[in-house]
Design a protein around this ligand. Structure first.
Ligand code: S3P
Length: 429
């Protein structure tokens, strides 16, 4: 599907971003292994989270979709999952495949996990190797590095493991496995990644302690308590509007009910460092997560350096930030972000090549990019590479560019933000 976006004179209005994708996956998975009923409001209904629900149902979990966005999960207990009768398909979702691989490595039955062409090309040794060290029997395509994965689960031991890259998917997979191990599992990360799994599990009764030596996960001593919650709005979805408003000459957007967990809110810090006018209001807590309204005004942006421990805090927002960098004064450097090459697409290459079609001056680096300001982006034909975040990044670029931008593969937004085009039509005046 192609979608055409035009330069807009004004950006005004209020947007309630969809429920957080990372938290939605976890709310479904963790409640499925808890004992008792939980209600999850504002559950993300994009294709990724629905893939998680489908896989859990195939494993015997009882999950009911009440109305759009509300999920009722009948947790069947920590040993309640059953062998699926068919291959489990995670579609485009790395979080589904990696978190379930960790959980299924601990279950005393056989599972096969696969995904679409993008997911089947993404690296899995980062979970396979430590899970094997815990005693799991896992085989994968391409010498045990790519899905499909075949898992003969059960009988795990606790390990101490240092993650080669900061990754919440890996940390969460090993945490889930660690809940079923015979001894403590200790996980060290080069920099902190999103901590939704730990937050939820603690509230549900698991013994998980973050300290100097890493994250210490104790084997479950009893059942997990179900956790009913309202899922915060997804800051990774809000990021597109934050960039659009900050870089547009006549904008004011209010983003309501957005998750502002510090392990996810690097986009706010990066945009503020660039000079963006961002106000945070009505700070509150939903479940175990901080939430706020975010108001963004037109701003004069300057280039910045985005690197180090900031990267995992905004890892999915770098393509959108690249658009802001194009329209900021001077140069922006993104480094330490080689992980972007193994996301739903190679996001360094795809962001650079697609934004160049609109006149951007971006050089690729192995671990990031260098972006020079341009006076104005120019509308052009471009494509999403089948990547939801690229599709939305290009839509934002199109709103800010002169003339008309046509985005091929625009349906990719369905992965995480089904109402994206409607929201755009509402605020682009
Ligand atoms: C996610 C973690 C990040 C992120 C992805 C969602 C999660 O991936 O890019 O969109 O829900 O844990 P990595 O953990 O691989 O960095």
């Amino acid at each position: 599907m192609k979608r055409t976006v035009r330069a807009t004179r004004r950006l005004r209005g209020t947007i309630e971003p969809p429920g957080d994708k990372s938290i939605s996956h976890r709310a479904a998975i963790l409640n499925a292994i808890a004992s008792g009923e939980a209600t999850v409001d504002n559950f993300q209904t994009g294709a990724d989270c629905l893939a998680t629900v489908r896989c859990l149902r195939a494993l015997g979990a009882r999950i009911e979709s009440l109305a759009t966005g509300t999920l009722r999960v009948q947790g069947s207990g920590r040993f309640g999952l059953r062998e699926a009768a068919a291959v489990l398909n995670a579609a485009n979702s790395g979080t589904t495949l990696r978190l379930l691989a960790g959980l299924l490595a601990a279950q005393p039955f056989f599972s096969v996990l696969t995904g679409d062409a993008s997911l089947r090309s993404r690296p899995m040794e980062r979970i396979i190797e430590p899970l094997r060290a815990m005693g799991a029997r896992i085989q994968g395509r391409a010498g045990g590095t790519r899905p499909p994965l075949a898992i003969d689960g059960g009988g795990l031991r606790g390990i101490r493991h240092r993650l080669p890259v900061a990754s919440a998917q890996v940390k969460s997979a090993l945490t889930l496995a660690g809940l079923y191990a015979d001894d403590e599992t200790v996980l060290e990360e080069p920099a902190p990644s999103r901590d939704h799994t730990e937050r939820m599990l603690r509230v549900m009764g698991a013994a998980i302690v973050a300290g100097e030596g890493g994250l210490r996960v104790s084997p479950l001593a009893g059942e997990l308590t179900p956790l009913s919650l309202r899922v915060p709005g997804d800051i990774s979805a809000a990021a597109f509007w934050m960039v659009a408003a900050a870089a547009h000459p006549d904008a004011e957007l209010r983003l309501t009910g957005v998750g502002v967990n510090p392990s996810r809110s690097g986009i706010i810090d990066a945009l503020r460092a660039m000079g963006a006018r961002i106000a945070i209001e009505k700070e509150r807590t939903w479940g175990c997560e901080p939430v706020a309204d975010i108001i963004v005004h037109s701003s004069r942006l300057q280039g910045t350096v985005i690197e180090g421990a900031l990267i995992p805090r905004l890892v999915d927002e770098v393509p959108a930030l690249a658009v802001a960098a194009c329209l900021a004064e001077g140069e922006t450097v993104v480094r330490d972000a080689g992980e972007l090459r193994v996301k739903e697409s190679d996001r360094i290459r795809a962001t650079a090549s697609e934004l160049r079609r609109l006149g951007a001056r971006i050089q690729e680096r192995p671990d990031g990019m260098v972006i020079q300001a341009v006076d104005r982006l120019r509308g052009a034909a471009c494509g999403s590479h089948g990547d939801h975040r690229l599709a939305m990044t290009l839509a934002v670029a199109g709103v800010l560019a002169a003339g008309e931008t046509t985005i091929g593969g625009a349906e990719a937004v369905e992965i995480s933000y089904s109402s994206f085009w409607n929201d755009l039509d509402r605020v682009a005046l």
